[in-house]
Design a protein around this ligand. Structure first.
Ligand SMILES: [Zn+2]
Length: 424
């Protein structure tokens, strides 16, 4: 098995935008040399918030000789388009390379703002809270709905483990949950590949999946966790698609974002939503894998119609999105037949990908992440309804599609939630 640095170097060679990743304890001191290598002759402009300026931003500003850092003072800062616009306005006044010092929000806001000026940027990571650092695209709320905007990944990332280790524990727990999601995301890709819908890209697959269980077995190893998350981002960057790192479990998170879900007045973190959803999807896999054979209706006549969508969504943006994405789905009776024919072999493959379904809750718990949907304000009834709704909001083929096209989803959900109770 290649060592960690070899893996990172391979990922960098395949990366579209990122040329350098400095990761390890104490690497903050190398920020200057990284910046000079990537942006010779250019000036740096630090972007942070009050908190990230304190933990690393001030030091970086000093190193890179920036006496006018851009600091978001807002208490309610989140990845919203108005913050991107504000930063873009400031960038227009300075001929400098943005250096994002922070985690998900600061990185995504800077990524999109820099792209607005067709400038590359660099990132100094302050928490292992999600896998977006090295990913292509930024997840930003625009006109009330969360969207992924196309924009390049950073040219370079500095991830000082001494700083990341001191991040609030719930941020690290979120990152752990986002990494755990790669188990079900991988299972979904195996399904899509087996049915000839979306072939597995070997490089991206290995970048995410090799060593994954090993990293997950050590929730306290912050360096391994950070590296795992960076690798997820690299895989997405290489494919310019989130497929390698995101499956049905992420669709639950997107759905809850689009429903503007809050708990105790604020939106639960990406990782917390994804973690709870990973358990739900793993349970769905467990239920499906108990089938010796797939007793489908034979053709894809069970494919949902606009009437089904009308039943599930009120008129509005979410319903429009559901119609658009459902129409873009590309499965047919042929895929149903193929799933039935290849099920014994596929069942074994999926069991290998999902070796420890019963242990997943304990793993999340140990990492400090929620396991019960109620902990993030999602009732059991809503969780059950989310399986159908999540299916509709993304065209990506997942276990939800496999069960909808065979007419088996409700049967599985009845087994998971109990028949007659918890009606959606
Ligand atoms: Zn994620």
């Amino acid at each position: 098995m290649p060592d960690d640095r070899t893996k990172i170097d391979a990922a960098l060679r395949a990366a579209r935008d990122t040329r350098e990743l400095e990761i390890g304890p104490g690497v903050l001191g190398r920020t200057t040399e990284v910046f000079r290598r990537q942006f010779p002759q250019q000036r740096a402009m630090i972007v942070g918030d009050r908190n990230t300026m304190r933990v690393a931003g001030q030091a970086v500003a000093k190193m890179l000789d920036d006496d006018q850092p851009f600091v978001f003072e807002d208490e309610d800062l989140y990845a919203e388009h108005r913050f991107v616009e504000r930063l873009q306005g400031y960038l227009a006044t300075r001929d400098a390379i943005p250096v994002a010092v922070g985690s998900g929000t600061i990185n995504d806001v800077t990524k999109l703002a820099a792209h607005g000026h067709r400038r590359s940027y660099m990132c100094v990571a302050t928490a292992a809270s999600m896998d977006g650092y090295t990913a292509y695209g930024a997840s930003i709320t625009y006109k009330g709905s969360k969207q992924t905007f196309d924009c390049p990944a950073p040219r370079a990332v500095v991830a000082d483990i001494d700083i990341i280790r001191d991040a609030p524990p719930e941020m690290t727990a979120s990152g752990y949950a986002d990494l755990l999601a790669k188990i079900t995301a991988g299972a979904d890709w195996i399904l899509a590949d087996a049915l000839g819908i979306e072939p597995i890209n070997e490089f991206a697959w290995h970048t995410v999946q090799d060593g994954l269980l090993e990293s997950l077995a050590h929730p306290l190893d912050i360096e391994q966790l950070t590296r795992g998350l960076m690798m997820g981002g690299f895989a997405m960057q290489a494919m310019m698609s989130s497929r390698p790192a995101s499956g049905a479990e992420h669709q639950f998170s997107h759905l809850w974002d689009m429903e503007h879900h809050t708990h105790n007045g604020k939106a639960p973190s990406h990782g917390f939503k994804v973690g709870v959803a990973t358990l739900a999807i793993a349970k769905l896999y467990e239920t499906m894998l108990r089938f010796d054979r797939i007793e489908a209706k034979g053709d894809a006549s069970v494919a949902p119609t606009t009437a089904d969508i009308d039943h599930l969504f009120k008129p509005g943006e979410l319903r429009d999105k559901a119609i658009e994405e459902t129409r873009a789905k590309k499965f047919s009776g042929e895929h149903v037949k193929r799933l039935q024919r290849d099920w014994p072999e596929l069942n074994m493959k999926l069991r290998k990908q999902l070796p420890a379904i019963q242990q997943l809750p304990a793993m999340l718990r140990e990492a400090g992440a929620p396991t019960d949907p109620e902990q993030i304000g999602i009732t059991k009834e809503r969780l059950r309804a989310s399986f159908r709704r999540a299916y509709h909001i993304r065209r990506r083929f997942t276990i939800l599609d496999a069960l909808v096209m065979t007419g088996l989803l409700d049967r599985c959900l009845d087994q998971m939630f109990g028949v007659g109770r918890l009606q959606s």
